[in-house]
Write a protein that binds this ligand. Sequence first.
Ligand code: GLP
Length: 271
Amino acid sequence: MEVIIVKGADAVAEMGAQLVCELLNKKPKAVMGLATGSTPIALYQKLIQCYQQGEASFRAVTTFNLDEYIGMTADNPQSYRSFMDRELFDQIDILKANTHVPSCGLDDNPRAIGTAYENAISAAGGIDLQILGIGSNGHIGFNEPCSSLSSRTRVKTLTESTVRDNSRLFSAGEFQPHLAITMGIASILESRRVTLLATGAHKATAVRDAIEGPLSARCQASALQTHERATFIIDEAAASCLEYRDYFRWANSENTPIIEKFGNFYELDQT
Ligand code: GLP
């Protein structure tokens, strides 16, 4: 596992954007896994700038988002589909038909929808780079504590703490769903590369549990310890509870010359 500690939220977004641009330049038809939440917004702004400056094109890119609220139609401004259109898709050259956000109405069969979503990811060739945030309880996507570490796209009931964390985005009296459809941990671990972005002191214990804690369903992000190519890009505040943070800084400075020489996606040279 690679842990990159940078100064602040802007540097996290910058490093995430560099990784995405490098992937797109090496593989213009890349398949990306995308996340919602406040954290990736700064990354998406950087990607929009990259597109505007001609440093990246999304013309041939396919995307799959991690999750969506149940019963939330795409035209609802609170839906994750609306979020993605607003924060990224409408401002870059991606073809909307190539963007996927799981969608499950109250009367839909969630199992059938989950299987179809997994099949669509496979049919697209699998995810090259999955972007993740992390919940303050360690969730990734909406895989709440004690979800199966072998889970696939399905419905999850949100914990009280997640509902509370996300309530800041809903106005008083507005309908806030307690159910979501989310890619599972097994689905996420199948991505060829995973990058988790975290900023702020409120993420520090979740980040510590994910990186240094025991592999446990209690902290869903700890499942990334089993991934061959997982990279955490975190700021100083989010790194503040890490026992090994000096080691991570040192390892990173040792790795930099290798990355400068071969790039981050040298495995793609062989495909
Ligand atoms: C949400 C999303 C996650 C996201 C997390 C943290 O509930 N389902 O994908 O990573 O919470 O969000 P934020 O970046 O706003 O802290």
